[in-house]
Design a protein around this ligand. Structure first.
Ligand code: PLP
Length: 527
């Protein structure tokens, strides 16, 4: 959708040239209006209509915009207006429609197959609206008792729905909290593990601590380890292989840990992944926990994407042995209809989190009602003091869709991925490159023999992806590079995606591949 009108020039004056005298029609906001219920109702209706129209017209947008850096900055004034123009809210909404939306990647598009989804639902979006409207800061129980208790309830609800071991839930002696991202969750877990270990071996040995992951683990882990003070050289990335479906090998982990012990270092932390980012393999949790246990290592499971699939009992076997893990996290905002952001972290021993992250300050108000009770003060479970009331959205979503509704949602995407995978397999020019576990299909075009070696095959597939993504009304996909092999990723997960979109996407891939192969044949014929 092309921008239809611009409301500002670069110097911030209205474009129609009218000079608006200060104060005339530009009424500065009065405090009494800033939360005026009638104004809120009026603007709120505008916003709801706006979003509903956006969903309805989603298909009109190319998934990914073709814009150049600076395109938006050059259209907006350099300074904020000193006084609002009349109907500033309506005008700003029009700018969102005409200037901002055309420059967005439309993650909710039915044709967005590039990244793991930013899962959305009407209830998720409205839950966010409720949270923003109520706007509390539940850093302690006293700071908003119902918010803390709802969070405690909802993390147990979700843990049970995902078939997690009870030992990770409040009902089993553990507990959970809602954070923004997986990186934060892993950071909290590493810091808890670090402090426990340093209490044993002495804080002077922080430089000896070693953390482990595979070469498929998300970089969020290395980032968290670095922030937690783990020496960059002490992060072991264990190589994975196609024969093992790119899962972390317990034997290799044991060898790496033993080598570190022999070198006088101290194994600290293992990050296992259920559903890695590039191709979604699942690390063998039971066996990895057994190795880690012999070295007193904390095991965290990062199930950022695939954790949502655990709502379906048919995926439960993927976390067999999870009873032995120390912590587990997943992003309900990735695939479970809880709009951004909503990462859930569960730990077996909350006291270790609190020991590492807890703070005692006089000015943090206590509530007499809490005296003598073991209340949860969530500020002590994470990095920040100020936090969002995310529980409301998650609770609303679980109530309105129910566990069965979430299963239908996940299974719908998995079925579409099975169907896409079937189409790839049925075309001999293509091959599926990694075993499909969830709703991600990794595939590539087989390079014709005369084309040459692996580099040429990679280049061919790079070009294929470029051409697919350049098809304005077509799908938007991404790539993985695993073991030196470049492949395309088709991640099905947008709430709006239906079978017809998957079929249309495959048709675009086939058409672009046919045209690429034709071009190459004619170049070869000339040469
Ligand atoms: C397996 C995995 N872990 C971690 C992340 C990063 O998550 P976050 O952005 O919430 O830190 C991703 C993102 O896609 C992921 O796929």
């Amino acid at each position: 959708m092309a921008p239809t009108s611009h409301f500002y020039t670069n110097n911030g004056a209205p474009q129609n040239g009218a000079v608006v005298p200060a104060g005339a029609g530009n009424v500065p906001p009065q405090h009494s209006c800033l939360l005026d219920p009638n104004e809120f109702r009026r603007q709120g209706h505008q916003v709801i209509d706006f979003i509903a129209d956006y969903y309805a017209r989603m298909d009109d947008y190319p998934v990914h915009p073709s814009v150049n850096p600076g395109f938006l900055r050059h259209q907006l004034p350099a300074n904020a207006p000193s006084r609002p123009e009349s109907d500033a809210f309506g005008t700003a909404l029009r700018d969102v429609r005409d200037l901002i939306l055309p420059g967005m990647t439309h993650w909710q598009s039915a044709r967005h197959f590039a990244h793991f989804p930013a899962s959305s639902s009407t209830v998720g979006a409205l839950g966010e609206a409720l949270t923003a409207g109520i706007n509390v800061v539940p850093f302690t129980w006293a700071a908003s008792p119902a918010a803390t208790e709802l969070e405690m309830v909802v993390v147990d609800w979700l843990g049970k729905a995902l078939h997690l071991p009870e030992s990770l839930m409040f009902c089993g002696g553990g507990g959970g909290t809602l954070l923004g991202t997986t990186c934060e969750a892993i950071l909290c877990a590493i810091v808890a593990a670090r402090d426990r270990k340093l209490a044993d071996i002495g804080s002077g040995r922080i430089g000896d601590l070693v953390v482990y992951c595979s070469d498929q683990t998300h970089f969020a882990f290395r980032k968290a380890a670095h922030i937690a003070g783990i020496h960059r050289d002490n992060c072991r990335e264990i190589a994975t292989y196609r024969d093992d479906m790119f899962a972390l090998s317990p034997t290799e982990l044991q060898a790496a840990m033993q080598a570190d012990v022999d070198a006088g270092l101290v194994p600290l932390f293992l990050c296992a992944t259920v559903g890695t980012t590039q191709t979604t393999p699942v690390d063998p949790i039971r066996e990895l926990c057994a190795v880690a246990a012999t070295h007193g290592v904390w095991v965290h499971v990062d199930a950022a994407y695939a954790g949502s699939a655990l709502v379906c009992p048919e995926f439960r076997h993927l976390i067999d042995g999870a009873e032995a893990v120390d912590s587990f996290s997943m992003n309900a905002h990735k695939w479970l209809l809880a709009n951004n952001d909503c990462c859930v972290l569960w730990v077996k021993k909350p006291s270790l989190l609190i020991a590492a992250l807890g703070t005692e300050q006089e000015y943090i108000l206590k509530d007499a009602a809490a005296e003598g009770h073991d209340v949860v003060d969530y500020k002590d479970w994470s990095v920040t003091l100020t936090r969002r009331f995310r529980a409301l959205k998650l609770w609303l979503m679980l109530r309105c869709y129910g566990v069965e509704g979430l299963r239908d949602h996940i299974r719908g995407h998995v079925d579409m991925a099975v169907s896409f995978e079937g189409m790839v397999k049925a075309d001999p020019r293509f091959e599926v490159m990694a075993t499909r576990q969830f709703a991600l299909v990794c595939f590539r075009l087989r390079a014709p023999e005369e084309l040459g070696g692996p580099k040429a095959a990679n280049d061919l597939n790079r070009r294929l992806l470029e051409e697919v993504n350049a098809t304005g009304s077509g799908p938007y996909m991404s790539s993985a590079n695993v073991g030196g092999i470049y492949m395309l990723r088709c991640a099905i997960g947008s709430t709006l995606t239906e079978e017809q979109h998957v079929r249309a996407a495959w048709k675009v891939v086939q058409d672009r591949a046919a045209s690429l192969l034709r071009k190459m044949e004619s170049i070869n014929a000339v040469a």
